[in-house]
Design a protein around this ligand. Sequence first.
Ligand code: ATP
Length: 306
Amino acid sequence: LIQLSIPLNFIGFVYREIRQGLTDVEQMFELLEVEAEVEDGPDARPLAIGSGAIAFRDVHFAYDPARPILKGVSFEVPAGKTVAVVGPSGAGKSTLSRLLYRFYDIQQGSITIDGQDVRAVTQKSLRSAIGMVPQDTVLFNDTIAYNIRYGRPSATDEEVKAAADIAQISGFIEHLPGGFRATVGERGLKLSGGEKQRVAIARTILKSPPILILDEATSALDTRTEQEIQAALDLVSKNRTTLVIAHRLSTVVDADEIIVLKDGLIAERGTHAGLLRQGGLYASMWNRQREATEAEEHLQQVRAAD
Ligand code: ATP
């Protein structure tokens, strides 16, 4: 009797786990308001992931055929390197990350990971190779531990705690009523954009994918939060192929290459120092943002003095 009941319980457990997984994915799509637009082809194979080198070649894409967003974009993210994409609002920066994750299919060109077209591999294998830290992280109405463990459901409490430490969020969690068992999400404690992003970073640390996509929040963060997030990101992106969709230029300074996207094309590319010397679009964006930051800091000093 005992021998029989264990496997049955186990099956029940696995079944619940699978059901939970499905619900979460559906919920995630719903919350992200993305439709599952693409399907696996009949010959789709699992992605054979090696070092995680990414290549965009002559990528053309439009959500609506009447309005092209990308008009022939080519760049590479060599294995283990970090490439940052900057450019005016609406230039198509976040679109690049959605295409790599294959939320949509491109109309021309190719996107490959370790030489394999993202359209030729199963979505499941593609998405398990990529850790996405989105602009606005979806939190489930559950404990904060559950939300972090989502990155790897088999993770132990110690691993969840260690991931939170690296993501610089454990101090914040320990002050919540109930700590890691505090309920968050719409029906629980509301977290700020910066806190949610650090939960997403902790999730990604547990998932430990070879490829990382970081889509920075547009919202302004205070300098301390920004530094904490930056420190967490430096740790996770180390030795991982990383694509940063940057809204704050402070995060791109150390990137191996910066790509300036404008009107659907790459307008400039190079390192931070190289682009500043060039004195083009990047240099003027940098100067503008620096002036804005200085004005903000001055304002904070004046307020602090009052
Ligand atoms: P920002 O810096 O403001 O976040 P971005 O460069 O990341 O901008 P994208 O989010 O890639 O810009 O959007 C590029 C363009 O595509 C925008 O004009 C946007 O309105 C449009 N767009 C984005 N998502 C969709 C969608 N699902 N359907 C139709 N158009 C879309």
